[in-house]
Design a protein. Structure first.
Length: 66
């Protein structure tokens, strides 16, 4: 009985450590995702500004020789 209990405690300990490690990965990825979303918003704003500056005199498609 003691051996079985000890095995279970070892497994629980391993799973707790694994859970903590996975949590760190998730937190890190969430931070990176937030950073990338902010950068995307900045790029979208810059693109909108460029489109507005260029006006309608510039076509939105490639010339036929491409």
């Amino acid at each position: 009985m003691n051996e079985e209990l000890e095995r279970l405690e070892i497994k629980v300990s391993y799973l707790e450590a694994q859970n903590a490690e996975l949590n760190e990965v998730v937190v890190s990825q969430a931070k990176e995702l937030a950073t990338l979303e902010k950068r995307l918003e900045i790029f979208e704003k810059k693109l909108e500004d460029l489109i507005e500056e260029s006006g309608s005199d510039r076509p939105n498609r490639r010339p036929p020789h491409y």
